[in-house]
Write a protein of this length. Sequence first.
Length: 225
Amino acid sequence: MNMKIVGNPALVNARMKNLVLKVIIHTERIDLRREVVTLSEQGSISVLDIGESLRETRISLSPDTSYRSLDLLTEGNPDYLADICDINLATQIEEKFDVVCCFSLLEHVHNPFIAAKNLFDLTSSNGYIIGYVPFLFPRHGPTDLAYQDFFRFTRDGIGLLFPEAKSVEVWPDRGRLATALICFSTSYKYIFEKRFPKLTTIVSKLMSSGKHQLQTSGFQFRISK
């Protein structure tokens, strides 16, 4: 049987490759939540916080910051009660934001591609999307399924989510050894890392050079529009 070519698979694969090659990998550790605080101190900015992902960092924002929240659940009394995967969301919210925050969010949404597009469309021109996604990280979520845990993301997947971005930057969150430890027990994150931050930094650097730098528990990312 002769090979039948359907569509243009070579072109599609080339496009995927270009999206992945576009991703810039940083090796230093960073706290992008703190970056929002720094930006707010440098001048008045507008911030959209998805799923209360800024957490306690929110209280450190400059008083001049225009802060809005969006959530699927009512508990946090969000400014926008909405599903980030709603295909009409960006057209129904008239505001655009300088910084859109989505830390530990995209693994919990039911359609990360629509969610990513909404994040991008809600970002103002020359604005940023900052956040975190897990990769080699244990399943997490409440037993009552008030929200769910659906997906994990590689460096390649982050590039694919934001095809229209001016730039895509990622920071691997932990090294290969630290990632193995957190997969063995989440106590490594919630107990060991909090009690021994200096030792944590050393462990995170072990076995994480070269091709192993992408074998991480997750990625912080910054998407420039």
